[in-house]
Design a protein around this ligand. Structure first.
Ligand code: NAD
Length: 309
């Protein structure tokens, strides 16, 4: 049973394809779009299913305790585990998996898109054209600049590969670095403070954990160059949004491209909405047809392997 997606044509199509793929593996597949999220319907469906493909909503004791007699594995539609209580799932004998790698390209492409769009003032330019205000603002190139990547897992590394054609210096911060991959990709591992000080654009790719909550706050933003831009496609809560607003409105940094927010949907009274130098998107980094299909397929494969290997 899958709980991801809305009723749009694209999800209807993808779920038809997922249904056919599951049938080819002798599995029965059912799609229950979860907008809005309903704990009761999740519980009712998972009580009748061996597995669930789950969205980004909270999965906790309340759910696990009621489904443990039947559903033995839940697969996150995506990578973030921040709203799934892993310890409690394990106490109830429920395995939790995620589709690591399936949306890597989509998120890395989005990070690069936001970075370039911030550097070249794309949204501001579009507003100018649409309002008949033909102003030619001056942006910056990434070529020959320094790009900082915070969190060098699969998405951070894919971004480094995409950036390799830009001839820029790539510096990374990750407290659990894979030194072979760092060497292979020709990037430099630096302490966070140093990365913040020298980068012209910074992209964040860390999970939301206790130690990454508000890891970029007022002090970290102050270390950044005035001309630098900050991109976050990982999770809301990693950057302190009040500090970000201050930094963007006081010229501490030049711009920001954010796909994720501490509260989603971003409340309409968020001060970030008043700014000209931000690009804000509604948590859509992995929303490409290619990535969504990769996720469905990987999730179904994970369930198949769980029961057959
Ligand atoms: P990953 O597990 O491969 O990589 C995460 C990296 O972060 C690891 O290398 C880890 O060592 C590093 N890390 C852990 N703690 C850190 C810290 N305190 N400081 C710096 N680095 C730290 O995960 P991934 O697939 O690269 O995804 C990264 C994050 O992107 C996910 O956790 C998820 O929250 C987010 N994401 C968002 C979307 C979206 O739609 N916006 C889609 C996919 C993933």
């Amino acid at each position: 049973v899958s709980f991801f997606g809305d009723d749009s044509d694209i999800f209807q199509e993808l779920n038809k394809k997922a249904d056919a793929y599951a049938a080819s593996l002798d599995m029965e597949y059912e799609w229950i779009p979860q907008l809005p999220f309903s704990k009761d319907s999740v519980i009712q469906e998972l009580k009748k299913s061996d597995a669930g493909i789950i969205d980004i909503e909270p999965y906790d004791e309340d759910i696990f305790s009621k489904i443990e007699d039947r559903a033995k594995i839940l697969v996150r539609f995506g990578v973030g585990f921040d709203k799934v209580d892993l310890e409690t799932a394990s106490k109830h004998g429920i395995a939790i998996a995620r589709t690591t790698g399936a949306n890597t390209t989509a998120v890395a492409e989005m990070a690069l898109t936001l970075m370039l769009a911030c550097k070249r003032l794309i949204i501001k330019g579009q507003k100018c054209v649409m309002t008949g205000n033909w102003v030619k603002d001056v942006g910056h190139e990434i070529i020959n600049g320094t790009v900082g990547i915070i969190g060098f897992g699969v998405i951070g590394r894919r971004l480094a590969k995409l950036l390799s054609g830009f001839d820029c210096r790539i510096v990374v911060y990750d407290p659990y670095p894979n030194l072979n991959l760092i060497q292979e990709l020709g990037v430099e591992l630096l302490p966070l403070d140093e990365l913040l000080q020298i980068s012209d654009a910074i992209s964040i790719h860390v999970p939301l954990l206790k130690e990454t909550t508000n890891m970029i706050g007022r002090n970290e933003l102050k270390l950044m160059k005035e001309s630098a831009v900050l991109v976050n496609t990982s999770r809301g809560g990693i950057v302190d949004e009040n500090a970000l607003y201050e930094a963007l409105s006081n010229g501490v940094i030049a711009g920001a491209g954010f796909d994720v927010f501490a509260i989603e949907p971003l409340p309409l009274d968020s001060p970030l909405l008043k700014l000209e130098n931000v690009i804000l998107t509604p948590h859509v980094s992995s929303q490409t047809v290619e990535s969504l299909w990769n996720i469905y397929k990987m999730a179904i494969d994970i369930v198949y392997d769980f029961y057959h290997k």
